[in-house]
Design a protein. Structure first.
Length: 156
């Protein structure tokens, strides 16, 4: 017999499977996360971009330690860094810019001010590449999350 709560639920409830999969994958260690995404690419290549769009949130850069952000700034391509920051929320931009050397900061701020605007799809793609790089650097042990920001105990 159905409970009152179940009786009020529509028969076919919409479920965002990509978002659910991303939430599960997010909780895995970075090595396992990459292994699963590669396996998904082989079996269902069309699903991977949907999962990744829910998996990688550019704002999560703020969960990295200062040393992690500095490592990221050294490792990421200049083009991806500038393009991704162009569409970043101000708190994210401030944290990233605050972890750059003086010379790098000058180059990035000059490019942010002087280069023509990017299309939003270019910004999103650059942000995804940055987040994938963060995942790779985590797998290599080069980047760790700031423990004070990682409240739920999962790999960030």
């Amino acid at each position: 017999m159905a409970t009152k709560k179940e009786a009020n639920r529509p028969e076919s409830e919409a479920v965002n499977g990509a978002a659910i999969a991303a939430e599960i994958i997010k909780r895995l260690p970075p090595e396992d996360r990459q292994r699963i995404l590669k396996a998904m690419e082989l079996r269902s290549p069309a699903v991977v971009p949907q999962v990744e769009s829910n998996l990688y949130r550019f704002e999560e850069i703020t969960q990295l330690s200062q040393q992690g952000i500095q490592t990221l700034v050294r490792e990421v391509s200049h083009s991806d860094l500038v393009t991704s920051l162009r569409g970043a929320p101000e708190p994210v931009r401030k944290i990233v810019l605050g972890n750059m050397s003086g010379r790098k900061l000058q180059m990035v701020t000059d490019d942010l001010a002087g280069l023509p605007p990017n299309r939003s799809v270019e910004i999103e793609e650059a942000q995804k590449r940055v987040m994938r790089l963060i995942d790779e650097l985590r797998c290599q042990g080069k980047i760790l999350s700031d423990a004070t920001n990682n409240k739920n105990g999962r790999y960030a």
